[in-house]
Design a protein. Structure first.
Length: 111
């Protein structure tokens, strides 16, 4: 369900994520255990494109392809660390925004 939702909000994320938020998302997704992104994948996102929107699109695509658990981690990070972006997402009415808080929130506070 979360991977499907992530794919649906892809364009909105591309339009709303700035460089600082993108870097934070990548860092958080690498820091959790087990990591959602490998160092190689993080480098591919950072160095593969020059434009932030392209990097964000690649991040969303990578995470959604990894399935619901990875996608839920991304939503959790957005909700906890980038609430303004999370609240602007056009999530389906059937999806409770509180459902994207499935893991220990301390794992996202690594800095």
């Amino acid at each position: 369900m979360a991977a499907e939702q992530l794919s649906k909000v892809r364009l909105c994320l591309i339009e709303s994520v700035n460089v600082a938020a993108l870097n934070d998302l990548i860092d958080c997704l690498r820091a959790i255990d087990p990591p959602v992104l490998s160092n190689r994948e993080a480098n591919q996102i950072q160095q593969g494109h020059q434009v932030t929107e392209d990097k964000t699109g690649l991040l969303v695509d990578m995470v959604s392809k990894k399935g619901n658990n990875a996608s839920t981690h991304l939503f959790d990070i957005l909700k906890l660390r980038h609430r303004d972006i999370f609240q602007g997402l056009p999530l389906d009415q059937a999806v409770d925004r509180n459902s994207y808080e499935h893991m220990d929130t301390n794992q996202y506070n690594y800095r």
